[in-house]
Write a protein that binds this ligand. Structure first.
Ligand code: NAD
Ligand code: UD1
Length: 336
């Protein structure tokens, strides 16, 4: 029976993907080197779904592991989440980002070619757009990433496009995520950052649960309605459901396609804080500090292309994102 390979399946988004796949009746193989995750997430996935998956602990760059994986499993498609994603770390250590992300994807594509598996959904990011002048962002906006992480993602997009040009038999979906947040409603899986979180929602959650003392707001002098940065937050369950639609789309249209995955609605930092306070019943102490280098005033998607072509639409609102983030955090104050 054919299976789907989920690279990076033990991570934040990948583990939610595994739940949706198993619940849809798909057999799942996970490849993850656990460099930014732990196998407990996959135990939780199996508890939630009451189904088993096949976990292979290994690295994308390990060609023999990949060859064996494709030899021993009848894989029909790959959902490729595996890679590194911390912007600041990518500035300090760019080569490990090129190695993990670009070289890792190259090794994966080679192994897929050898196994004649030619369907892939790739986790790209809105970071590839850089800091556009106008909003909302459509897929035809120029790409101009301003950090090495974004460069590696754009390089992979170029590599996949060249591959498709050389062999149109490939079916390739590149999904540009806006700001994934939230957690599975069971509270069993969620975002589990190493050390102090860089991103707003996990940071807020750790303040609310008492692990961190206060939120530092990175600037309140942006040209936005309350002066704080605006982003398009999207519930992780909505996000991974978009991948199921992308897989279906590729079955009907063997093409290379790019889609934004966002809600189309922006929320300011203060709006997120207020929603989180309501969801958790906790007060979040805030301190305004200077802007974070490289941050845009606002970023939000035009998701029309995904709405129409993938027949997909984000369903959960900011309140639900906060409720689910908080449930996960409260049940796991220090992560897994
Ligand atoms: P994550 O770090 O939780 O998950 C990534 C997983 O990949 C981890 O489990 C890690 O151990 C694994 N991994 C890393 N390098 C590997 C390698 N060389 N071989 C095998 N496994 C490897 O991150 P996430 O938030 O779940 O993100 C998943 C994907 O989505 C990433 O590609 C990320 O760049 C992309 N993305 C994430 C966001 C976000 O805000 N979370 C936004 C846009 C795009
Ligand atoms: C960050 C990444 C981006 C990635 C995205 C994924 C950076 C510079 N960019 O973007 O590449 O694709 O996550 O979700 O890291 N904020 C605070 N205090 C905090 C944290 C954040 O005020 O402690 C503000 C930020 O200034 C921003 C908003 O909250 O206005 C959201 O920040 P964050 O969650 O880090 O997401 P992005 O900046 O969109």
């Amino acid at each position: 029976m054919s299976k789907v390979l989920v690279t990076g399946g033990a991570g934040y988004i990948g583990s939610h993907m595994c739940v949706e796949l198993l619940q849809a009746g798909t057999d799942v193989v996970v490849l993850d080197n656990l460099s930014n995750s732990c196998a407990k997430s996959l135990e939780a996935v199996q508890r939630i779904t009451q189904k088993k998956l096949n976990f292979i602990e290994g690295d994308l760059r390990d060609k023999s592991t990949l060859a064996k994986l494709f030899e021993h499993n009848d894989i029909s498609a790959v959902l490729h989440f595996g890679g590194l994603k911390a912007v600041g770390e990518s500035v300090n250590n760019p080569l490990s980002y090129y190695d993990n992300n670009v070289n890792g994807t190259l090794c994966l594509i080679e192994a897929m070619t050898n196994a004649d598996v030619k369907t892939i959904v790739f986790s790209s990011t809105a970071t590839v757009y850089g800091v556009p002048d106008t909003m909302p962002i459509t897929e035809d906006f120029p790409t101009n990433p301003i950090n090495p992480y974004g460069q590696t993602k754009l390089t992979i997009e170029h590599m996949l496009r060249d591959l498709h040009n050389s062999d149109p038999g490939w079916s390739i979906s590149m999904l540009r995520y806006f700001n994934p947040v939230g957690a599975h409603p069971s509270g069993e899986i969620g975002e589990n950052p190493n050390g102090i979180p860089n991103n707003l929602m996990p940071y807020l959650s750790q303040v609310a649960v008492g692990v961190l003392p206060r939120l530092q707001v990175f600037g309140d002098d942006y040209p936005t309605h309350d002066g704080t940065g605006i982003r398009d937050y999207i519930h992780v369950v909505d996000l991974v459901r978009g991948h199921l639609n992308a897989l279906e789309f590729l079955q009907d249209n063997p093409v290379l396609a790019i889609h934004n995955l966002g809600t189309g609605t922006g929320h300011s930092v203060y709006e997120v804080v207020e929603a989180f306070e309501q969801a958790s019943g906790k007060t979040i102490p805030c301190e305004v500090i200077e802007r974070r280098a490289g941050d845009a005033a606002e970023s939000f998607a035009d998701p029309t292309k995904a709405n129409e072509e993938l027949n997909w639409r984000a369903e959960y609102d900011l309140h639900r994102m906060c409720v689910d983030s908080w449930r996960w955090q409260e049940m796991h104050p220090r992560g897994y």
